[in-house]
Design a protein around this ligand. Structure first.
Ligand code: G3H
Ligand code: ZN
Length: 286
């Protein structure tokens, strides 16, 4: 059934677990994430980034409608989340399109501007019953930008600053920069686990990990153990899909039916979803 992100995150936090949130781009992504979550027996979040909307000719509704339909028929709870939103025009479309939550991303701005923009977005979102996540300390690597030096100022979220940011903005969850980077194609990143623990101890909102594709299973499990409650995964699905399609087409230069390669691409994504949600701790108790 269609669930809300706020409920899934609250339940995950109470069980000291994390909910996985996968970025969807095509209908195959939608189907694969739901199938993988059903196989593993875990709730899941389908998230649509502003970049994915741009790819879909700037239109949110076609993919959103497909995601809502898939969520309604799913045997596990599935929520819809709008990810990395910078555009107010897109933000305003969230409630009517079936999204229960948004990630408002002003993390590229200096602190005061990030806070002001995020606070305005949070007020707007809460007036419409939306759960809102924001980011402080940039998780680099979006839109082809070079990853930030892991030790550069801004590449780590400062706990005291984060506490003030959450209190002053009123957001429901915070994306934190703790060593992961967006769009990694190897699972070789390591997190600053001491910082994750300090942030979890300092903040009373759930912590969100971005750029999770770059982390091996053990790092993901440790992040959850140390207090991460929502784990965002995008690139890992595309690595799986594209790799499977490349292999399929290389072996079949005569292939023309798109269902052939999309099937293997979708199946590869299902396996990735199952592996990642199991790395986060398997099905919830009870
Ligand atoms: O918000 C989305 C995530 O941070 C995805 O990052 O593509 O590096 O897994 P990733
Ligand atoms: Zn992200």
């Amino acid at each position: 059934p269609l669930a809300t992100t706020g409920d899934l995150v609250t339940r995950a936090a109470a069980a000291r677990r994390a909910v996985a949130a996968f970025n969807i781009i095509t209908l195959e992504h939608v189907e694969a994430v739901v199938a993988g979550a059903e196989t593993a027996g875990t709730p899941v979040v389908l998230q649509v980034s502003e970049n994915a909307v741009k790819y879909r000719y700037g239109r949110l509704l076609p993919l959103a409608r497909a995601a809502v339909a898939a969520a309604e028929r799913a045997t596990v709870p599935v929520a819809l989340h709008l990810d990395h939103v910078q555009s107010d025009t897109l933000l305003r479309q969230a409630p009517q399109a079936g999204f229960s939550s948004v990630m408002y991303d002003a993390s590229r701005l200096p602190y005061a501007e990030n806070l002001a923009a995020t606070r305005a977005a949070a007020d707007w979102a809460h007036a419409r019953g939306l759960w809102i996540e924001a980011e402080l300390g940039q998780v680099g690597g979006k839109n082809g930008q070079p990853p930030l030096d892991a030790h550069a100022p801004g590449a780590r979220t400062d706990p005291a600053e984060a506490r003030a940011f959450v209190a002053d903005s009123g957001v429901d969850a915070l994306a934190v920069a703790v060593g992961s980077v967006h769009a990694m194609t190897t699972r070789t990143a390591t997190l600053d686990h001491d910082l994750v623990k300090r942030l979890a101890g300092t903040l009373d909102v759930p912590l969100v990990l971005h750029g999770s594709s770059g982390l091996p299973d053990g790092e993901l499990a440790a992040a959850v153990a140390h207090g991460i409650t929502k784990v965002n995964v995008g690139t890992a699905l595309n690595i799986a899909m594209t790799g499977a399609i490349r292999e399929y087409l290389a072996a079949r230069p005569e292939a023309v039916d798109s269902r052939g390669y999309l099937t293997v691409g979708r199946e590869a994504m299902v396996r990735t979803v199952v592996e990642i949600v199991r790395a986060l701790g398997g099905p919830p108790p009870g």
